[in-house]
Design a protein around this ligand. Structure first.
Ligand SMILES: *[C@@H]1O[C@H](CO)[C@@H](O)[C@H](O)[C@H]1NC(C)=O
Ligand SMILES: *[C@@H]1O[C@H](CO)[C@@H](O)[C@H](O)[C@H]1NC(C)=O
Length: 354
């Protein structure tokens, strides 16, 4: 973490708005519902960062340069690489969080600019199965649902359930990986009857319309979308506030990070936004003009190999854990050796995840 930057909690934020008065900073929704946890966000962002790396051996054994810090002791139980579609995800056991953690990689390297430009024109072009009038972005939906990623993830969740019972599941990802994390969280809830699913995404684009967002937030209420400053991606595909029912619409709850300068120190404020998903006083209050704000959250780098290739590095030693299909898509699996998890609280007895 860089020096000279401080995190301000809500209490300080209240003082700021009271004493400055220049800017209305509404603190909304002290209502019930899951509470945002800053510490947890700074841990999840490290998982979302690690999944960008391309050395399979280091990821699988959790020895990569981004594996360690706040994620020490994590045990990967499944690493899925869809080489055909340039996608990557892992499932593992975080004993300190008493949770299964699932992370998805976002768009790769220098293709980000083109990817962002493309997002302006994306249509709501798929009806989410089983949810009348809920429309979603076909590409994001398919990246999770129609590749080798989903079977790999579900297989690992099933194995975890056999080992630990009904445990907590935290799903994370950055950028397009955030979109996939949201579809995964919903899938676990809807199709696998998992009860304790938590989703935390960073710089996630919009993925569906208002009807979809309301289904989503009812089914996966413990979801937070962290957005940062002028990050362009959460602004896309566009939301047209005069056609709120017709266009893309974020699900709640956004947490917007933005900087204020006070006496030569930069403070980052974390604003907990309203429960509409489209709080006009959060990231929508500024223009989405920055790619650099997209690539660093909480001081953690969220991008991969700058060459922009989907190249992966494997090692013969880990191939004994793996299977590759004829397209080269790879799944590595192992059983955790050290981790012990308690079954999630709030589950009905006999409830099955898969
Ligand atoms: C926030 O999350 C951290 C890490 O999981 C946990 O240790 C802490 O107790 C949580 N705080 C609250 C208030 O729930
Ligand atoms: C899934 O992929 C297959 C082959 O690429 C395609 O034919 C099918 O239409 C896709 N389904 C969805 C729901 O996107």
């Amino acid at each position: 973490m860089e020096r000279g930057r401080r995190w301000l909690g809500l209490a300080v934020l209240l003082c700021l708005s009271a004493s400055c008065g220049a800017r209305e900073l509404k603190i909304k929704h002290k209502d019930s519902g899951p509470a945002y946890n800053h510490t947890l966000a700074t841990i999840m962002v490290e998982y979302a960062s690690a999944i960008y790396l391309s050395d399979m051996q280091e990821l699988f054994t959790w020895t990569c340069p981004r594996c360690g810090d706040k994620t020490e002791g994590f045990e990967v139980i499944e690493l899925v690489v869809d080489v055909q579609h340039c996608l990557q995800a892992f499932v593992g056991v975080a004993q300190d969080l008493n949770s299964i953690v699932i992370a998805f990689r976002g768009t790769h390297g220098n293709s980000i600019q083109n990817w962002v430009e493309d997002l302006y024109w994306k249509q709501l072009d798929l009806n989410y199965p089983g949810m009348p009038d809920a429309m979603v972005h076909h590409g994001f939906y398919s990246a999770y649902h129609n590749t080798t990623i989903r079977p790999g993830i579900l297989n690992a969740v099933k194995r975890a359930k056999e080992l630990y019972g009904d445990v907590n599941i935290m799903v994370t990802g950055h950028s397009m990986g955030g979109a996939m994390a949201a579809f995964c969280g919903l899938d676990l809830r809807v199709n696998c009857l998992a009860e304790n699913v938590q989703v935390m995404t960073f710089g996630q684009p919009r993925i569906g319309n208002a009807v979809f967002a309301s289904y989503y937030s009812e089914l996966v209420p413990n979801s937070f979308r962290v957005t940062n400053g002028h990050d362009i991606v959460p602004h896309l595909p566009p939301y047209y506030h005069y056609f709120p029912q017709k266009t893309y619409h974020h699900f709640p709850r956004e947490v917007w990070l933005y900087n204020v300068n006070l006496e030569s120190l930069v403070y980052t404020i974390e604003k907990i936004c309203d429960d509409t998903g489209e709080d006009p006083s959060c990231s929508r209050s500024v223009t989405g003009s920055s790619i650099s704000d997209h690539l660093v959250y909480f001081g953690v780098e969220l991008m991969g190999d700058p060459s922009g290739s989907c190249r992966i590095v494997t090692d013969p030693h880990i191939m004994k854990y793996g299977t590759a299909d004829p397209e080269g898509n790879l799944v590595l699996s192992k059983t955790p050796v050290g981790s012990v998890l308690r079954s999630g609280a709030g589950l009905n007895d006999g409830q099955s995840i898969l």
